[in-house]
Design a binder for this molecule. Structure first.
Ligand SMILES: [Mn+2]
Length: 255
């Protein structure tokens, strides 16, 4: 994908909203905060990339989608109507997106990292789950989650049963643990996505690697000419990334 920024235009990135958890009321507060952020950036945005785990659980049946998130989706709808390009990536919590957002809102949904060129700079962007060494439990789970037969079986559970089960499972996962500090940074040599970037640089050069998934805002140099940024999460820390054509910054949203 190629984007050329006009004067004063920027590209925005955010990830891991985990809408729906840990409680309805905290999710609603976060949803309103996300909308305040979108209102802040929409005038300058040449594109908005949302890099996965937007929903703590999302599954599209052939004729049914999960209830909720109407304020967020209305804001995104309004931005799309004003011509702001919005791109969704799936994360490990919402990988069961299909074509609903593309058909309703003309929002492309990416299931894997993509390369992106903005002006002269090259980006590799994605959710980041399952990349690099390690994360082996998740890699097995991902095989099950993306297995067509498993998805077909799940689909035949009534949504009231399936979504309740999945939501309960989803709530046990890392985002709630990360509030207790379990997602801590253990040095770049233990950071799988950093190791993934190092490895990628041997094959192909990118100026910026931008991922989510780790729930930690990170900016780590990769060799001498690349940077790895992690966007963190919006359950407790609220960071977003912005590229103005010259440099990339991670910003803490206070609004
Ligand atoms: Mn996440």
């Amino acid at each position: 994908m190629n984007i050329t920024l006009k004067e004063n235009q920027k590209i925005f990135f955010a990830s891991d909203f985990h809408l729906g958890t840990p409680s309805a009321s905290s999710s609603l507060d976060r949803e309103k905060k996300i909308i305040r952020w979108l209102e802040l950036i929409e005038k300058e945005a040449a594109a908005v990339f949302l890099l996965g785990d937007l929903f703590d659980f999302w599954f599209e049946y052939d004729t049914v989608i999960p209830k909720g998130y109407l304020r967020f989706l209305s804001k995104i709808t309004q931005m799309r109507q004003q011509g702001v390009p919005v791109f969704f990536f799936t994360g490990n919590h919402d990988l069961w997106m299909k074509d609903y957002f593309t058909q309703e809102l003309d929002i492309p949904v990416f299931h894997n990292p993509i390369s992106l060129q903005v002006n002269q700079k090259k980006f590799l962007i994605g959710h980041g789950d399952g990349l690099g060494p390690g994360d082996n439990t998740y890699k097995v789970l991902k095989k099950i989650f993306t297995n067509r037969s498993c998805q077909w079986l799940f689909k035949w559970l009534h949504p009231d049963v399936g979504i309740r089960l999945a939501t309960r499972w989803s709530k046990r996962s890392r985002i709630n643990n990360s509030l207790k500090g379990e997602d801590e940074f253990k040095g770049k040599e233990s950071e799988w996505l950093y190791l993934y970037c190092l490895d990628m640089e041997k094959k192909m050069h990118f100026d910026y690697y931008v991922f989510g998934h780790r729930h930690l805002p990170l900016s780590i140099p990769v060799g001498n000419s690349s940077m790895y940024f992690n966007l963190g999460e919006w359950v407790s820390q609220y960071h977003y990334g912005v590229f103005n054509g010259h440099g990339f910054q991670l910003i803490n949203f206070k609004g």
